[in-house]
Design a protein around this ligand. Structure first.
Ligand code: SF4
Ligand code: SF4
Length: 194
């Protein structure tokens, strides 16, 4: 079955000028700036209990990232404990940074058993650019971008994550899985015989 993406989105001349988005961006930035600058006044006057500032005192405080956030990629492990991945290699081919390495395992001809799985699956996080192409390319809902962004090492070699380090349960990924399904709908994938 063939799929196509409709890229013929028509913008008005006003949208093409980019002015609405520039004005919107300036408004949001200015609002944050002035709230941070003068937000302490109601607090000092005792009108508010907390100072409405947007500064996050990291690492003591953290923010909840939006669902669209692309942190490090992870591999989905289903409720049976198996990786959703069938080692097809599409993510490896789609990766512009060449940081995915897969060694497939297969079990041909045996019924009711796993046919294909990743014997080894590594992602070199030191060169991953968090583009999300692997997630987009995967036909099996097996690799997803997560909200994990806090990882640092003194040795680059340790940044090569193996499949055990990449494993995350589908239960923990359910919001991201749902999000990617909705995004696929928005991109207007539709079946076509062309
Ligand atoms: S996020 Fe991009 S660079 Fe990172 S593994 Fe996926 S395709 Fe490669
Ligand atoms: S993660 Fe998806 S695209 Fe990559 S090898 Fe596994 S099934 Fe194929």
């Amino acid at each position: 079955m063939a799929y196509y993406v409709d890229r013929n989105v028509k913008m008005t001349w006003w949208e093409k000028s980019y002015l609405p988005e520039i004005i919107r961006g300036m408004y949001i930035t200015s609002r944050h700036f002035f709230l941070n600058l003068f937000g302490f006044i109601p607090f000092l006057l005792g009108q508010k209990k907390e100072r409405p500032i947007f500064t996050v005192y990291y690492p003591e405080q953290t923010v909840k990232y939006p669902l669209a956030y692309r942190g490090r990629p992870v591999l989905a492990v289903n409720e049976k404990g198996n990786y959703n991945c069938v080692a097809c290699g599409l993510c490896e081919a789609a990766c512009p940074a060449y940081c995915i390495d897969i060694i497939p395992g297969s079990n041909p001809g045996k019924q009711n058993e796993l046919e294909r799985w990743p014997e080894e699956f590594t992602i070199d996080m030191s060169i991953c650019i968090f583009c999300g192409f692997c997630e987009e390319a995967c036909p099996e809902e097996a690799i997803f971008m997560s909200d994990m962004c806090e990882f640092n090492m003194l040795d680059r070699k340790q940044m090569k994550y193996n499949k055990e380090q990449l494993a995350v349960s589908t239960e923990d990924l359910k919001d991201r899985i749902e999000f990617t399904r909705q995004m696929s709908g928005k991109w207007n994938y539709s079946s076509s015989s062309r």
